[in-house]
Design a protein. Structure first.
Length: 201
């Protein structure tokens, strides 16, 4: 092979190698962003949330807090969570809801209790046995238990229960004191489904 031909072949091989390497870097960079943000959120897609129909061993995960009869979820995107009409309309199909994750809440273990954190970055709870809802940048503890699939019991550290008030002009998710909380509506939890992704490159 002539030196000029050999040089041209080598130059072209190096060019192709560099192009492939650059594409690989771009692929890794995009993949890193997607995994960091969450693939669904990176494309602005909705997530699928499935109704909790049996008691889990661990409640940790991402959820929608739902009052089914009113087809509303607690709006976790609000900067002020204790507000009248603190809700987002939902459509329920076959025990599933498709919704933007910005309306969700994340439940995490805290010793024998659980914290509940809104997508807007606030922990919810109530440190007293009263009709109120505290939201804080510091963790607030709750206990969670499965009564039925249509009644998930979330009890604050102060003894009040998270329920839905369906009274006209007062519609809201809130904690209600233990002596009267059964006057309010039971809530359900819908957990985000895990998704499997196949990457093609």
């Amino acid at each position: 092979m002539k030196q000029s031909t050999f040089s041209a072949v080598m130059a072209n091989s190096i060019k192709n190698l560099l192009q492939g390497y650059t594409k690989g870097i771009r692929f890794v960079a995009v993949l890193t962003v997607l995994l960091t943000m969450g693939i669904g959120q990176a494309w602005g897609a909705t997530e699928t949330y499935e109704k909790v129909t049996s008691a889990p061993s661990d409640w940790s995960g991402e959820y929608l807090i739902v009052y089914e009869a009113g087809t509303v979820a607690f709006d976790g995107n609000l900067p002020t969570l204790d507000a009248i009409s603190n809700t987002q309309s939902v459509t329920i199909t076959n025990n599933q809801i498709k919704l933007d994750p910005k309306y969700s809440f994340t439940i995490a273990k805290s010793g024998t209790n659980y914290t509940i954190k809104s997508a807007s970055g606030k922990y919810i709870g109530n440190t007293s046995n009263s009709n109120a809802l505290a939201s804080s940048s510091s963790a607030l503890n709750n206990t969670i238990s499965f009564t039925t699939k249509d009644d998930i019991t979330i009890k604050s550290s102060g003894g009040a229960y998270l329920r839905y008030n369906a009274t006209s002009g007062q519609t809201r998710f809130r904690y209600y004191k233990s002596s009267t909380y059964t006057d309010q509506k039971a809530i359900c939890l819908y957990k985000k489904k895990s998704a499997a992704y196949t990457l093609h490159y």
